[in-house]
Structures are given as C-alpha cells and as structure tokens.
Write a protein of this length. Structure first.
Length: 146
C-alpha cells in the first residue's frame, strides 16, 4: 500500500511539474531587451521578449508604450499610423497587433509566431533568422538585454 501511495505521489509531482514548466522545461528560454527614448514631448518605452531554443527563435513579443507629456495631438497621429499599419498587415499569418489607447498614453503589443511569419514581416520589423544575431542587433541599437 505504501508503494502504491509513493508511486501515485511521484506521478502526481511529475505531472504537476511538467504542466507548470511548459516550454521553459523543454529547453526554451526567454530573453528580455528594453529601451527608453525621449522623442520631443513623447517618451517611448519598448520591451522585447524573445523565446528561443538554442539559436532558433519561436516567439517574439514587443510592447511599446508612448507617453505624451504635452497637450499636442502626436499620440492621435501615431495611433492612426499604427492602425493603418495593422490594417495593411491583417492578412499576415503569425502576426498580431493590439492597440490600447489610454489617457496620455498609447500601448502597442506585437506578437510574432516566428515559425509562421513571412519574410516580408521579418524584413519590415528587422527580425533575423537566428537568436544570437537578433540580440546583437538589438544591443547595437541601444537595447539592454537581460
């Protein structure tokens, strides 16, 4: 009886641990790179998360937040531009763009399923084929990667 309980306990722990680890437990890692810039009256904060296994990227997410410290209409113009971009790319597979408009801020979330995005999207967003090259490019652009 004790052996059966022990086996059930081990099976339960293995199942729970496997479910909790998801991709991370299968050799997938995520690197986060961030950059903040002052663009006249707008502050742009960007965080890029790259999930990869070895040197192959699987998922890239970008969160851009624009904060407007003035009363001008730059965020509105920027939002219109992003919505136009989203509309022009609506048929692209593996890419989702979400626009969140808040008071004095604009948040844009991009998600790239690397295995399903087209070469056009890769070129447009400067996404390389290899993880180490992408990280090198981001660091050259001033991003801090952890």
């Amino acid at each position: 009886m004790k052996k059966i309980k022990l086996i059930l306990l081990l099976l339960t722990l293995t199942a729970v641990t496997g479910c909790l680890l998801k991709e991370e437990g299968k050799g997938y890692l995520t690197k986060t790179c961030s950059l903040s810039e002052n663009l006249d009256n707008i502050i742009k904060n960007e965080e890029i998360n790259i999930t990869h296994k070895d040197d192959d990227m699987t998922l890239i997410t970008i969160k851009r937040t624009y904060l407007d410290s003035s009363d001008d209409k730059m965020l509105s113009i920027l939002k219109d531009s992003i919505l136009s971009e989203k509309q022009s790319l609506k048929n692209e597979k593996g890419l989702t763009i979400e626009v969140i408009d808040k008071d004095n801020s604009l948040e844009i979330n991009y998600s790239f399923d690397y295995n399903n995005i087209s070469e056009n999207v890769k070129q447009l967003y400067k996404i390389d084929n290899k993880y180490h090259i992408q990280i090198k490019y981001l660091k050259e652009q001033g991003y801090i990667c952890k």
